[in-house]
Ligand binder design. Structure first.
Ligand SMILES: [Zn+2]
Length: 559
């Protein structure tokens, strides 16, 4: 749509609710904005509180650190999502509900625990398991799920096991595909109402909450992107560097004079936020870490099968280089390949060559398990009385979720492989560390996006969103984009451009709230949406408003 017709649409009343003439907040300039409706924070607050549940607003607030976060929060109408791919970064239950399972005969009190908890409760609970008082800014130790303190010892090895993206929607969608985990549950503490607790629910935030017991509002890791020193950055390659709070492992290791082995066997540097800052945290030692950040490989593709540490992280961690001598992932693809009756170099019709030679398939899971077992044995995790901490992220469910969604048969395969890997790992730990000498917390950093054909979600095209905002609000023709970054739940805006164009965040928010499916669908090859006139967002508002929303007393109380 051309700018002219958008201006007409605005004038004709797509956003008439804003045109009440109520007093503005006085913070905006008016130059160049004469065609745009004036709107006050009070009007936006009324719309937000009327359209968004308390729980969703609470998660949104917990995910925002002023300065680092986007300037505008966007909350799609359930179950819509901003589509730059099948995102799992939402405030809604389908990506927020995650399993938390404590397993550890001799340490854990088996049972079903329906009390609502969040990922922030994991670190203090692990602290309690270690008999180490860890103060979590946003979590509390769930000691009711542990045996009485005096009736238990301390495990030689505590494993924090993340099935990346394996939220309850995935597990419930494929109920029959995790028989081994199900068989453990009678011997475990199962939290049935655990959530991520903050939005966006994505990989860096989820792992940071697990590690620190703090939401991004306190830890500072608010999204894949952060505004730091005025610049929008994607600092994942720096791992936990931008995490401003210590993790459980940071403090426990220090407390124990760095005698515990601390290790993270993961894929992305961001996963290590559940572990530690290594020696970057004053007094810490170089904990063991294995990642595979592809962007630092000389060429994309061929090098993605190489485990590494990024240059930013290498000084602070120890990399066990022998992991690159293990059999390649292709050693694990044969079973998947043969599952359809023929060895045709493909999995469910997808050639392995198009899936990083099998790395982006469930074959990655047993491949990772071999690596985990090798490191545990060679480094001696759990080999002596000093408790060791091992943090593991299995990535296949996440990768397959992004490619095929939670509802795909490919996901069914991924869950079955993950469950089989759990059996392998538990049996290995019982054999090598010894039954009754170790404990595990199994969880997910977030859930997975549903297939829109199943959920009925409308996909709000992220590129359209960006171009519509530029067309509508950026008229100063200086070549500097007004919109710095659009993400699934937030938008970063250039403050200078905002002022130069005489536009307020309230006006941009009001415009976003009026956007329809017709305006935001990816229409190159698809017919117009059936509900073309439906608005796509439940709310859009300046992030600074969160602390003053009348329907969010928690935020008001904290200011
Ligand atoms: Zn993740």
């Amino acid at each position: 749509m051309r700018r002219g017709s958008l201006t007409i649409a605005l004038a004709l009343g797509l956003v008439t609710s804003a045109c009440t003439g109520a007093a503005g907040n006085g913070s905006r300039s008016t130059a160049g904005a004469s065609a745009l409706p004036d709107v006050s924070e009070r009007e936006i607050a009324a719309q937000v509180c009327g359209a968004v549940s308390h729980e969703v607003l609470l998660r949104t607030w917990r995910g925002v650190m002023p300065g680092r976060s986007g300037d505008i929060q966007i909350i799609p109408r359930y179950p819509n999502f901003v589509n730059g791919g099948l995102t799992h970064a939402t405030p809604y239950a389908y990506t927020q509900d995650v399993p938390v399972v404590l397993y550890g005969p001799g340490y854990v009190r088996p049972g079903i625990y329906p009390r609502p908890i969040t990922l922030a409760d994991i670190a203090p609970t692990e602290g309690a398991l270690l008999k180490f008082a860890f103060h979590a800014p946003d979590g509390t130790a769930q000691a009711q799920a542990l045996l009485p303190r005096d009736a238990r010892g301390v495990p030689r090895l505590l494993v924090t096991l993340v099935w990346d993206s394996a939220g309850w929607d995935v597990l419930n969608r494929w109920k029959g595909d995790w028989p081994y985990l199900r068989s453990l549950l009678p011997h475990a503490a199962l939290f049935t109402h655990a959530t991520v607790g903050s939005s966006p629910s994505n990989t860096p935030t989820g792992h940071s909450i697990i590690g620190t017991g703090a939401f991004p509002m306190h830890s500072g890791f608010v999204d894949e992107y952060l505004r730091v020193n005025g610049r929008i950055q994607k600092p994942n390659a720096a791992g936990p560097s931008f995490l401003v709070l210590p993790t459980l492992a940071d403090l426990y290791d220090l407390h124990m004079h760095n005698r515990p082995l601390v290790g993270g066997l993961v894929s992305l540097s961001a996963h290590l936020m559940m572990m530690s800052h290594g020696s970057e945290w004053g007094g810490g030692d170089r904990d063991l870490a294995v990642t595979r950040e592809a962007e630092f490989a000389p060429t994309a593709g061929a090098e993605t099968d190489v485990w590494n540490l990024t240059p930013q992280m290498a000084p602070y961690y120890t990399f066990p280089s022998y992991v690159n001598s293990l059999p390649p992932v292709t050693a694990y693809t044969r079973t998947l390949d043969a599952a359809d009756g023929t060895l045709d170099g493909a999995w469910r019709g997808h050639p392995f060559t198009e899936l990083h030679n099998g790395f982006d398939t469930p074959a990655r899971t047993p491949y990772q398990t071999t690596l985990i077992e090798t490191v545990i044995e060679r480094e001696g995790f759990g080999a002596d009385e000093v408790p060791d901490l091992l943090f593991v992220n299995y990535k296949a469910i996440d990768t397959i979720g992004h490619l095929f969604s939670a509802d795909s048969l490919e996901m069914s395969d991924a869950v079955r492989y993950q469950d089989a890997a759990l059996k392998t790992l538990v049996e290995f730990l019982n054999r090598v560390v010894g039954a009754g000498r170790w404990a595990m917390v199994l969880t997910a950093d977030h859930g997975t996006q549903r297939d829109p054909a199943v959920s009925g979600a409308f996909m709000i095209d992220i590129n359209k969103l960006t171009s519509l905002l530029e067309e509508t609000f950026d008229h100063d023709a200086d070549g500097v984009p007004l919109i710095q970054k659009v993400r699934a739940t937030e938008i970063w805006v250039n403050p200078t451009e905002l002022a130069d164009n005489g536009v307020s965040l309230e006006q941009v928010s009001e415009y976003l709230m009026g956007l329809t499916e017709q305006q935001t669908y990816k229409n190159r090859h698809t017919p117009a949406p059936a509900h073309a006139g439906d608005r796509v967002f439940a709310a859009a508002f300046p992030s600074s408003m969160l602390s003053g929303l009348p329907c969010l007393p928690e935020a008001r109380a904290s200011t």
